[in-house]
Write a protein that binds this ligand. Structure first.
Ligand code: FPP
Ligand code: MG
Length: 323
């Protein structure tokens, strides 16, 4: 799932130019910094956001240096947020190998995150992307607000569907949107990009929501062998869509007190709490509920993307939206 090798191949020289900017931006004379940078660059992940940016640029015209730069900026901000997230979540692994947090310690993970974050903005300025600074500043705000709301809800355990969707929008859809919009606005023909911007925004919103919902579903699907640790969200007291869906099917009023009590047991390291939650999600079809919401966002994303001018890059985005 989400193997984007085929897009990287078709983007050819644009992809190479993005990789070069990313590598150059992270070149540092300090050995700890450069060894962590190499550690990260050697396990690059899906690099979905740069693919979104470059496909959007191609849809709007001919990608130039700013297009390659925004692809790198999106990836740097994403990686910076994960470096911080792994400290917040105390995550041992990332992308199937020990996280920077585990390998080099939390101080290094936070500092490298800060560094990538700063280099992202410098790269934007260096490639004449001053007009895109407000867009990316808003993303950092959204990411932080999304994480804060998630933290608050994990403490109170009082979360509504509306809260959950807001968290997904802020922590995931927001950067999807900035990647596509900045990719579009990075080409010289600003008129086409400006006209298509609302379509990119709506499509990215639904793609981001679908992406986060799928990620949250996978946390309840150990049988998928995705390589990611599972039952991590609930272990951090994060109530996500499969559990909310099960609660909705079972009846919120009658069942929320028991669900909260099970999470509190889990917080006390009583594994029975986890068994009860997993059993509840299964009994009340929480994953099926989440799958229906996922399908809704995938359909809406495809509807929006179909409004873009037909091209191989529109098709590539349609393919990603269906993954
Ligand atoms: C992963 O979610 C986390 C995010 C998508 C956003 C994290 C954002 C911050 C920590 C705010 C700070 C941002 C910057 C740029 C300094 P997840 O924990 O659900 O996914 P996972 O299972 O992959 O960890
Ligand atoms: Mg995490």
């Amino acid at each position: 799932m989400y193997d984007l090798g085929w897009i990287r191949q078709s983007l050819g020289s644009d992809w190479k130019a993005f990789e070069n900017i990313l590598k150059d931006a992270l070149d540092s004379p300090y050995s700890l910094l450069s060894s962590i940078d190499s550690y990260l660059l050697n396990k690059p992940g899906k690099q979905l956001r740069p693919a979104l940016a470059l496909c959007s640029a191609r849809i709007c015209g001919t990608p130039g240096p700013l297009s390659h730069a925004v692809a790198a900026v999106a990836e740097m901000i994403h990686t910076a947020s994960l470096l911080h997230d792994d400290v917040a979540d105390n995550a041992d692994t990332r992308r199937g190998t020990p996280s920077v947090h585990k390998q080099y310690g939390p101080r290094a993970s936070i500092l490298i995150g800060d560094y990538w974050f700063a280099r992202a903005f410098q790269t934007l300025l260096q490639y004449e992307g001053k007009h895109l600074v407000p867009l990316y500043a808003a993303v950092i705000r959204d990411l932080s607000e999304g994480e804060m709301l998630q933290l608050e809800k994990s403490r109170t355990l009082d979360i509504s569907f509306r809260d959950y969707y807001m968290i997904c929008k802020n922590k995931t859809a927001s950067l999807f949107s900035a990647s596509m919009v900045s990719g579009a606005l990075s080409v010289t023909d600003q008129e086409v990009a400006a006209a298509l911007r609302p379509i990119f925004e709506k499509a990215a919103y639904h793609m981001g929501m679908a992406f986060q919902i799928r990620d949250d579903m996978m946390d309840y699907q150990p049988a998928l062998n995705s390589g990611k640790p599972y039952y991590k969200d609930i272990a951090e007291s994060n109530i996500t869509l499969p559990l909310l869906g099960a609660l909705c099917n079972a009846g919120f009023k009658d069942n929320y007190p028991s669900v909260k009590a099970w999470i509190r047991r889990l917080e006390q390291r009583e594994s029975q709490g986890l068994d009860q939650i997993v059993d509840f999600v299964e009994r009340y079809n929480g994953l099926e509920f989440a799958a229906r919401v996922l399908h809704h966002h995938q359909t809406k994303a495809r509807e929006q993307l179909s409004l873009l001018p037909p091209s191989p890059w529109q098709e590539a985005l349609l393919k990603i939206a269906g993954m």
